[in-house]
Write a protein that binds this ligand. Structure first.
Ligand SMILES: Cc1ncc(C[n+]2csc(CCOP(=O)(O)OP(=O)(O)O)c2C)c(N)n1
Ligand SMILES: CC(=O)[C@@H](O)[C@H](O)COP(=O)(O)O
Ligand SMILES: [Mg+2]
Length: 639
């Protein structure tokens, strides 16, 4: 009779070195405990649950077999790294995940030696891993580099650029393709179908077959071409031709929840062979937690939830979310104009494009995690007279920037860019903050750049973008719910380059670009009460600027504040440039541009982040008082 291991094993496993002391036969128990710990932690913090649940065995097996952190383990995206955090000395802080001052929801170099490469945007792991593998070769080190990448992340161009380079360099890189047949939504595209064929044309490789394959692998070092030919002849190659043809040794598909499969493969790869290897591992997103397994989204990202029922906490919204207002407005406009099409890069729900897909499936395109392609695909559609809405998060549009410049803007093509998640997003922290889009778009000749101040404005901007055919146009709006203003039946077509005065005053002018408008209105109440009659204006456009409005504000006020949810170099910079060029700074006007601070702001609630950045009601009041050289009012931070 075998004795049962002590419970809980996890208490004895603080670091991978402890894990390496555990018998192989006890690993399934450790996996159960890691799952339980992770479910409990995420039930209290919210966060990315499904992906981590799917890689518990894989994570344990990698740390068991490889000598991390000296061997480098890179997780693509990093949203699946919670089991890794639990096993690498961070279990005691796991209930601070994604909270203010807590652990990051992604891998982070600054957080641990076990996170050799930070991530959050997808499909970077093979490139980074290849760099590390080449660095190891150059410095004569024998370390292993392992990149774990999901099937969704494998749809992005960067991953292929890296595979292409790795195959040619013949560097010692181990890529583990974690295929759970899911992205955030069900995966799309030919690559996804190809992986599905590899995994379903046959059941998993059996232990015996893995053995045969690995035997072939041992010989591989001598002559890769001969080894491959022999394997084909013996029928040991079970697919993976594409990876093989790219110069990778391909093993799999294997069962990523079976230590019996994982351990021998990883040990053999560790101990033998050379050159790049790709291990195709099949897993189930949400594995081991029935509510996650049963959910359509596999609990990709969840709010706090009840562990017994899986029911997620829902905050009662006071207003519809910007995303839903965008999605519904787009459907409305698409009913009027059959040239309107929608594009998302693997974020149908997150961007609200799923609403268009429900009504007009043939006019909606999920291109996978492929932002560069999404932009140029939209350019092609626009060149043929269609009206593409290429809906991306601000942070992910960064990846398609050259395409915006070269394929869209230079050719003056009327691609519409709805930009969601503008400004701080909260728990996802600095990697996901939408900080730079106004800066990098408003600098482009011919680009129209808008920001919605509230959900009604967003409706107007959707209609305006649909109607505008003269070139590219963008409109940004934040994560979360709107302000609660009344929504018009249908949006109006805004005059391009015209802002609006929301409240008139005479001494102080607050010129807002985006949803700080509500804080400006609150600040104006405080300023008026202090005898500083305040005008509040909504710029609507960062490009073209409303020159008349800016002239008027500059000439008739003592202080002009610009405010935006974006980095230095955006709206405020354009206003200052205009004021300086027009000589409007020469007469004593006090101008203070308020932008996101020039630091990587750590995760917290968006409100807390804006307060820290000084971009809230109190911060605005303080800025005005400082400009006037007066003391504050004793209003929170303003005092
Ligand atoms: C460049 C980029 N675009 C979009 C995203 C949003 N995103 C995060 S995870 C994810 C799905 C990833 O799927 P996969 O790699 O298969 O991992 P899984 O969640 O299935 O484990 C997406 C689209 C991102 N992180 N980076
Ligand atoms: C990991 C990732 O990039 C996404 O899952 C992201 O966290 C989604 O963010 P939202 O919750 O704002 O859609
Ligand atoms: Mg996946």
């Amino acid at each position: 009779m075998t004795s049962l291991p002590q419970t809980p094993l996890l208490d004895a496993v603080k670091f991978p070195a402890d894990l390496r002391m555990i018998e192989d036969r006890d690993l399934p128990q450790l996996a159960r405990e890691v799952r339980d710990e992770m479910i409990d932690a995420v039930s209290k913090t919210g966060g990315h649950l499904g992906a981590g649940l799917g890689v518990v065995e894989l994570t344990i097996a990698i740390h068991k077999v490889f000598n991390t952190p000296d061997d480098r383990l890179i997780f693509d995206v990093g949203h699946q790294c919670y089991p890794h955090k639990i096993l690498t000395g961070r279990r005691d802080r796991i209930r601070t995940l994604r909270q203010e001052n807590g652990l990051s929801g992604f891998t982070r170099r600054a957080e641990s030696d076990y996170d050799p490469f930070g991530a959050a945007h997808s499909s970077t792991s093979i490139s980074a891993g290849l760099g590390m593998a080449v660095a190891a070769d150059l410095s004569g080190s024998k370390r292993h580099v392992i990149a774990v990448i999901g099937d969704g992340a494998m749809s992005a161009g960067m991953a292929y650029e890296a595979l292409n380079n790795a195959g040619a360099l013949d560097a010692r890189l181990i890529v583990i393709l974690n295929d759970n047949d899911m992205s955030i939504a069900p995966p799309t595209g030919a690559m996804s179908a190809y992986l599905a064929r590899l995994a379903s044309g046959r059941t998993y490789m059996g232990v015996r077959e893995i053995g045969k394959k690995l035997t072939a692998y041992l010989g591989k070092g001598f002559d890769r071409a001969i080894t491959r030919a022999v394997e084909h002849a013996r029928g040991y190659v079970t697919g993976g031709t594409m990876f093989e043809e790219m110069g990778f040794y391909h093993i799999g598909p294997i069962d990523g929840h079976s230590f019996e499969h994982l351990l021998p493969v990883l040990r053999n790869v560790r101990d033998n062979g050379q050159g790049p290897v790709l291990i195709h591992v099949c897993t189930q997103k949400g594995k081991g937690y029935p509510p996650a397994e049963a959910a359509a989204d596999k609990y990709h990202g969840v709010n706090k939830f009840d562990v017994i029922t899986g029911t997620q906490a829902k905050a009662k919204p006071n207003a519809p979310s910007y995303t839903s207002v965008f999605g519904e407005s787009l459907v409305q406009e698409a009913r009027f104009d059959e040239k309107i099409v929608g594009i998302t890069a693997a974020m149908p729900n997150g961007t609200g494009i799923d609403k268009l897909a429900e009504v007009f499936p043939s006019r909606t395109f999920d291109v996978g995690i492929a932002e560069q392609h999404a932009v140029t695909f939209a350019a092609g559609l626009a060149a043929e007279g269609f009206k593409p809405f290429c809906a991306l998060y601000s942070t992910f549009l960064q990846r398609g920037y050259d395409q915006v410049v070269h394929d869209v803007a230079i050719q003056g093509l009327p691609v519409r860019f709805p930009i969601d998640r503008a400004g701080f997003v909260g728990a996802d922290g600095p990697t996901h903050a939408g900080s730079f889009d106004t800066t990098f778009l408003a600098t482009l000749p011919g680009m129209v750049v808008m920001a919605a101040a509230d959900e009604a404005e967003l409706k107007h901007m959707v209609r305006t973008a649909a109607a505008y055919d003269e070139g590219p146009i963008s409109f940004r709006y934040p994560r979360g719910e709107g302000v609660g203003v009344e929504l018009p039946e249908r949006g109006q077509i805004l005059e391009i380059g015209k802002g609006r005065i929301v409240k008139e005053g005479s001494k102080v002018a607050l010129l807002s670009f985006g949803t700080r408008l509500k804080d400006c209105l609150l600040a104006a109440e405080d300023l008026d009460a202090a005898g500083l009659s305040t005008t509040v204006a909504d710029a609507r456009f960062a490009k073209p600027l409303d020159h008349d409005l800016i002239r008027q504000l500059a000439r008739h006020h003592d202080v002009l504040i610009t405010i935006e949810e974006g980095a230095l170099g955006g709206f405020g910079a354009h206003v200052l440039h205009f004021l300086a060029t027009e000589g409007l700074l020469d007469q004593g006007l006090k101008v203070r541009p308020m932008v996101l601070p020039d630091v990587w702001m750590e995760q917290a609630s968006p409100d807390a982040m804006y307060a820290k950045a000084g971009l809230d009601r109190a911060g605005i009041v303080t800025t005005v008082f400082n400009a006037l050289g007066q003391k504050g009012l004793g209003l929170g931070a303003a005092g």
